[in-house]
Write a protein that binds this ligand. Structure first.
Ligand code: SF4
Length: 358
């Protein structure tokens, strides 16, 4: 691979002649140093400065000879994101609107909980999947993010907050597996022990149900992650309506892919289930869900829908949420009800971007 003018993801525009270093793996940063007539250990130094220390300025890389720092500054860039807006919730949730080099914007949400710092990453500008409960869907797909732009969300939030993230979830704007290569690369960079070093169990890729890509991810060599499937219905009729991707890959195939994940990766998967008032939150749904997942090792996250103005659905009642949870618990499942976080800010996916006019 030639790294002086990389074209890693293809789809996104980038600086004309300077290499974007964020998003390159440790091996690629070493190749980059060597390709520019430096010793291989310069690549490892870049890993440490950029990924471990979060430095965004070559001048601050004090153990690199000045001549090499100046050379890097001529031929490479580090972060390409800038914060356009930030909102803070009274519950500690922080939502960032980042502007990309081409002035398009994406959202990143930081959810603190005890010692845990979970960052919800975006993978695309907009989304093509058309889920009816989702604001991002209304924006359509504008483009994929590069691996660098995905990883950069985490590095930028760490710099802005002074806090180290403990968890990353690919649950922001976009369908991660629709941007497969960039997401795989980002996962590799996030979980590299000698770089950012997130535990693979704490990096969760969530999908709306691109079944063939789930199988590709399961079989991807050297990629460590946890898998979450956003199910949100227990019949194809309802899921076809709520999540149009179901018309191509119905529930049985999706649950089969999750089963393959837990079997082949020897790990528990996660099932995300957004409870939509009166649509998928009935007692019959809870029993059907329990039956559907009978053969799958998984934990279930229930997410009461956060209704916003103009939304297609309503929030479930507290009673419906509790009944649903109790049925699944009685069936022996691990069930968590996610607290609605950031209710007082634009917490729904895609909302902040929409409010600012993107
Ligand atoms: S929920 Fe996710 S996959 Fe579905 S439209 Fe929204 S961003 Fe895309």
């Amino acid at each position: 691979m030639k790294l002086t003018t990389p074209d890693i993801d293809g789809a996104a525009p980038r600086a004309a002649h300077r290499t974007e270093l964020v998003g390159l793996t440790r091996e690629e940063l070493t190749e980059f140093a060597v390709a520019n007539n430096m010793r291989p250990f310069r690549g490892q130094q870049l890993v440490e400065w950029i990924y471990r220390h979060g430095v965004n300025d070559f001048a601050a890389m004090t153990n690199i000879a000045r001549v090499d720092r100046e050379r890097f500054a001529e031929i490479a860039t580090i972060s390409t994101l800038s914060v356009k807006r930030e909102e803070r919730s009274t519950d500690g949730t922080r939502k960032f609107l980042f502007e990309l080099a081409d002035r398009k914007t994406v959202e990143t949400v930081l959810i603190p909980e005890g010692e845990r710092r979970t960052l919800c990453l975006s993978t695309q500008v907009g989304c093509a999947m058309g889920c009816r409960f989702c604001l991002t869907a209304q924006q359509g797909l504008e483009r994929h993010l590069t691996a660098g732009e995905i990883v950069d969300q985490l590095l930028s939030v760490q710099r802005l907050t002074g806090e180290r993230m403990t968890n990353a979830v690919f649950m922001g704007m976009g369908e991660p597996l629709h941007n497969f290569d960039a997401v795989v690369r980002a996962v590799q960079v996030l979980t590299d022990d000698r770089g950012i070093g997130l535990s693979a169990r704490r990096v969760t890729v969530s999908t709306s149900g691109l079944v063939p890509k789930i199988h590709d991810l399961i079989h991807a060599q050297g990629v460590r992650f946890a898998l979450a499937v956003s199910l949100n219905a227990t019949t194809d009729t309802v899921r076809d309506e709520v999540m149009p991707i179901n018309r191509r890959y119905p529930i049985r195939e999706l649950v089969g892919a999750l089963e393959a994940y837990s079997r082949e990766r020897r790990d528990m998967g996660f099932v995300e289930y957004v409870l939509l008032g009166g649509v998928n939150d009935t007692v019959a749904d809870a029993h059907r869900l329990a039956n559907l997942l009978r053969r799958v090792r998984c934990k279930i996250n229930l997410i009461p829908y956060n209704a916003v103005a103009g939304a297609a659905y309503e929030a479930p009642t507290g009673e419906a949420v509790e009944d649903f949870r109790q049925i699944l618990l009685a069936e022996g499942y691990s069930v968590f009800t996610r607290k609605a976080r950031g209710d007082d800010i634009s917490a729904a996916c895609g909302q902040l971007r929409q409010e600012t006019g993107g």
